[in-house]
Every structure is written in structure tokens, then in C-alpha cells.
Design a protein around this ligand. Structure first.
Ligand SMILES: NC(=O)c1ccc[n+]([C@@H]2O[C@H](COP(=O)([O-])OP(=O)(O)OC[C@H]3O[C@@H](n4cnc5c(N)ncnc54)[C@H](O)[C@@H]3O)[C@@H](O)[C@H]2O)c1
Length: 350
């Protein structure tokens, strides 16, 4: 039995972590810490959490084995280091940090305390991504990867911490950019960055358009000072290129997440949709593989609403299995470094 504690009990914890953890046999949700525990504890009766806590020292002193961190982004490094130093394993929501040096120092603390520090890169655990990865594994040497996630109307809670640079670290790039950059980097072997270039901007309607599936009930108004769209290009050590296009709010008919991988032996591409958006009408997720040998393969997945939650279940199970000594193959602790590095270098390039 792995004893779990949660730091920050907001939208994603109630939407994904708690419902999934409640169905897992080998975990116990022991304690939840939140600075606003009274408000955060609404709707939690069904989970029978024994300790709803507003004192971080008391939380860290309990015998929980592992912590899930889902607070606003600017607190991730602080809570990660505190938890690791207290001997807890950590699964931290994205972005795990704002700088490469912060991730590296957290990894050193994890190593010194023999604890796991895992970035919550949930989309690696989607069924469609696992299939895509398999089909892209025979493309030879990878030359170019294109990733995009474009939403029609999907700014998560404009006017809250999510659209404030000091707290969120940035806008769409830190938010959904993190997810697709991680997926793109799975195919890039040499991750030393040679060049990074970014253009970004804020759509005029940004203050008003909020994602329908992530409504803002918060009364405070925090300055909206982040980008809503970003396009970037990163050249790596062996000249492979990652191209990136992300937007919270664009003039498109429906939301789409796309990935294309070009290698010396062929091309693989996929149109899908990450996250919890309800703005799609597609029936199928389509993966195409075209090899230089002339072989073509198309794989269709029926689109359904459980992809996102299933991926969270797989991620949490993987974290639990890793704590219990299973080999880590699909995601390792150092994967967090590269995504943060790319985002840091992209912002620096502007
Ligand atoms: N992987 C995904 O698909 C996904 C989706 C949404 C959010 N996220 C990430 O999860 C994290 C949380 O996002 P959210 O939308 O749930 O946010 P939220 O604002 O809904 O919840 C944050 C919670 O943290 C609490 N909190 C705020 N400051 C705190 C502090 N200093 N210490 C302790 N608790 C504090 C708040 O009271 C709130 O309950 C973010 O890092 C975000 O990027 C990931």
C-alpha cells in the first residue's frame, strides 16, 4: 500500500487525480494540504480523506510515502524540494519548474534522498500516443518533429493565476506547450539546444474567452499578461528540428493536437486531441505511417472522452509501480529537464 498526500486541491485534482486514486487498490489518499483548505475541501466527502490539512510542516511530518503536487506553477519547485527533503516521492504537475537549474537541483535532492521525482507528463500515457510512438520507432534517424495544439476557445480561467506571468511562468507555452514539447522531445535523441526562436502574442479577445470546460468561479482579478499563442523552432545538437505551434484561442473550427515525425526512413503523423476540451466533432483519431520502402499504414482509434482520464490512471499507476521498484521505461525523472530547458530558451530568445 502506498500512502499518498496531495498538495493543492483545485481543478485538476478534483477532475482527475482524486477520481482515479479512489479506484486504485494499492493506494491510500491519506492527506491533502491546501492553503485554502476550507474552500478546497468542498465536494471531497466521497473520498474519505482522513486528514485535510492547512499546516505544511504537519503534512510533511506524516508517514505519507509520496506526494502529488498540483498547486500554481510558481510553487512547484518549493514544494518539490520540501517533499523530497522530507523523504517523500514526488509526482509534480507541469511545468515542474521555470528554469533548468531548478529542475537539476530538485533532481540532486531526489538522488541524495533516494526518492523519485517524476514530471506529470500525462500524455505519454495516452493509448494513441503509445501506438504512435511504436509506429514512429522505425522511421530511422529523426530529422524533424512538428507538434501543435490549437484550440478555438480554450483559455483556462482568464483573469486568474493561470494567465499571470509571475505565477504561471508564462501563458500557452507553459500550459499546453509543455505537453506537446514533451511529446516532441520523445523523438529527439540529442537534446542539446543549439538555437531557439519564438514568436508569441495575445489575441484581443483573450480577456473574455474562457474554456467552457474550465470555468472561472474565482472572484479575484489577477492581471492577464501572458501570451495566448506561440510558435517556436528549436534546433538541437545533431541538427534535428522541433517545430511548435500552440494557441489557446484561434480562428479554427475545432480543437486539434497534431504531431508529425520525419525520419530518414519515413514519416508518421497523427491528429488527435489532448486534454479535456469538449470542442471537437471528430469521430476518429488517425495515425498515418509512410515508409521510404513504400509501405503505408493507417491506424484509427474511435475518439472518446475517456482518453484523458485513462492517461491519468496510467500515469499514477506508473508512479506507484516506480516507487515499488518497477523499471521506468516510458518516462524518467530527467525528462523534466529538457522540456523546461526548451521553454526557458524559447522565452529567452524573444
Ligand atoms: N496535466 C494536466 O492536464 C493539467 C490540467 C490542469 C492543470 N494542470 C496543472 O495542475 C496545477 C494546478 O492547476 P489547477 O487548474 O488545478 O489550479 P487551481 O487553481 O484550480 O488549484 C490550485 C489549488 O492550489 C491551492 N493553492 C494555491 N496556492 C497554494 C500554495 N502556495 N500552497 C498550497 N496550495 C495552494 C489553491 O487553493 C487551489 O486549491 C498547475 O500546475 C497546472 O499547470 C495540469
Amino acid at each position: 500500500m502506498v500512502k499518498i498526500g496531495i498538495i493543492g486541491c483545485g481543478w485538476i485534482v478534483k477532475k482527475a487525480y482524486l477520481p482515479v486514486l479512489a479506484t486504485m487498490r494499492d493506494v491510500e489518499i491519506c492527506s491533502i494540504y491546501d492553503i485554502n483548505i476550507h474552500e478546497a475541501s468542498n465536494e471531497l466527502e466521497q473520498y474519505h480523506v482522513s486528514d485535510l490539512c492547512d499546516n505544511i510542516d504537519r503534512f510533511m511530518a506524516t508517514d505519507i510515502d509520496a506526494v502529488i503536487i498540483a498547486t500554481p506553477n510558481n510553487t512547484h519547485t518549493y514544494y518539490t524540494n520540501l517533499a523530497l527533503e522530507s523523504g517523500k516521492h514526488v509526482l509534480c504537475e507541469k511545468p515542474v519548474a521555470f528554469t533548468r537549474s531548478d529542475v537539476e537541483s530538485s533532481l540532486s535532492i531526489a538522488k541524495a534522498n533516494q526518492r523519485i521525482f517524476l514530471p506529470a507528463f500525462v500524455n505519454r500515457f495516452r493509448t494513441d500516443i503509445l501506438k504512435f510512438k511504436e509506429l514512429a520507432s522505425c522511421l530511422g534517424e529523426i530529422q524533424e518533429v512538428e507538434v501543435s495544439w490549437i484550440r478555438k476557445s480554450g483559455i483556462p480561467r482568464p483573469g486568474t493565476w493561470i494567465t499571470n506571468k509571475a505565477i504561471a511562468g508564462g501563458g500557452v507555452l507553459e500550459d499546453i506547450g509543455t505537453h506537446v514539447i514533451d511529446i516532441g522531445l520523445m523523438f529527439i535523441s540529442n537534446k542539446d539546444i543549439k538555437q531557439a526562436h519564438l514568436i508569441k502574442g495575445t489575441s484581443e479577445e483573450a480577456e473574455h474567452e474562457g474554456a467552457q470546460w474550465n470555468i472561472n468561479n474565482e472572484k479575484q482579478k489577477i492581471p492577464f499578461d501572458v501570451e495566448t499563442w506561440a510558435k517556436g523552432e528549436i534546433v538541437f545538437g545533431n541538427n534535428s528540428i522541433l517545430k511548435l505551434d500552440v494557441s489557446w484561442a484561434s480562428d479554427v473550427s475545432q480543437d486539434v493536437t497534431a504531431i508529425k515525425v520525419v525520419g530518414t526512413n519515413g514519416v508518421a503523423s497523427m491528429d488527435t486531441l489532448f486534454g479535456f476540451s469538449n470542442n471537437f466533432t471528430r469521430q476518429n483519431i488517425v495515425i498515418n505511417q509512410k515508409l521510404a520502402s513504400g509501405k503505408n499504414e493507417t491506424v484509427n482509434f474511435p475518439m472518446n472522452n475517456t482518453f484523458a482520464i485513462d492517461a491519468f490512471r496510467n500515469l499514477i499507476q506508473y508512479f506507484i509501480d516506480s516507487i515499488q521498484g518497477q523499471p521506468m521505461e516510458n518516462l524518467i525523472s530527467t525528462d523534466g529537464i529538457y522540456v523546461v530547458d526548451v521553454i526557458e530558451r524559447l522565452y529567452q530568445s524573444v
